[in-house]
Design a protein around this ligand. Structure first.
Ligand code: BTN
Length: 239
């Protein structure tokens, strides 16, 4: 197997964009990491705030085929690895469908996955050593530094997370393993949520995730539907 090429920058527009540029003249697998992104990209083309100190990186894995629950697979790998490395966090660390990492109800990190012929590209943003200022705070973010009261090595964490995604790849043909795990650690389960599927947001109770990675929800009139795409805008306790 060809060794991965690592690229590190102090400042970038976005590691997703730099990955695309580097892809033009690199054949093997790549990891691009930066300390700061001026134009970070989130899901649904949202802007992703990426202040200095956080862990912002994009890498790829060789994989043929398309797995609809790939995002949950990455959420599973990240959640498990973070629980292993930072054991005291485990009680309050959850996975928000499709693949956000939540700590005590606040967003610790997000993941952007893209399928290409023969490979997946994965962009990970984790609030690690960055402060949560008012602009991040209004999105309900939290950082590892807030939780642990110490800084961690972004470089080491980047290596560990890539390793976790690579070494579990065989599970992509045993979806039940990571879907079960995601269901056990699902943020907002049995709660009422505001859900966006691209039309008018609606309220529904989150019931779980099905074997294809779709979110199972119960709407107001009792109708149960499985959502293969969309996002959870907010959660409130189910009364
Ligand atoms: C989300 O919307 O929750 C996904 C956010 C993904 C952000 C990461 S940070 C590293 C990589 N570069 C980007 O511009 N975006 C992803």
């Amino acid at each position: 197997m060809m060794e991965r090429s690592y690229f590190y920058y102090n400042v970038l527009d976005s590691t997703m964009l730099e990955y695309q540029r580097l892809r033009e003249y690199n054949n093997g697998t790549i990891c691009v990491r930066t300390d700061y992104q001026g134009d970070g990209v989130g899901r649904d083309n949202h802007n992703w705030l990426s202040p200095t100190g956080g862990l912002w990186f994009t890498f790829d894995i060789v994989f043929s085929g398309f797995v609809s629950s790939f995002g949950l697979y990455t959420g599973y790998c990240l959640h498990r690895e973070l629980c292993r490395l930072f054991y005291p966090l485990a009680d309050k660390l959850q996975i928000k469908w499709t693949n956000d990492i939540i700590y005590d109800g606040k967003k610790l990190g997000g993941v952007l996955c893209k399928s290409h012929p023969g490979r997946y590209t994965i962009g990970i943003g984790l609030n690690t050593n960055n402060d949560i200022d008012s602009s991040l705070g209004k999105f309900g973010a939290v950082s590892l530094k807030n939780i642990l009261n110490t800084n961690i090595s972004n470089e080491q964490l980047c290596f560990s997370l890539i390793d976790a995604v690579e070494r579990n790849v065989r599970l992509l043909s045993h979806e039940i393993t990571y879907i079960t795990y995601c269901n056990e650690n699902l943020f907002g389960k049995n709660c009422k949520a505001l859900i966006d599927v691209g039309t008018e947001p609606f309220e529904a109770e989150i019931l779980g995730i099905d074997l294809k990675g779709a979110l199972i929800v119960r709407k107001g009139m009792g109708e149960i539907i499985n959502l293969s795409s969309g996002s959870i805008l907010s959660i409130e306790a189910f009364s």
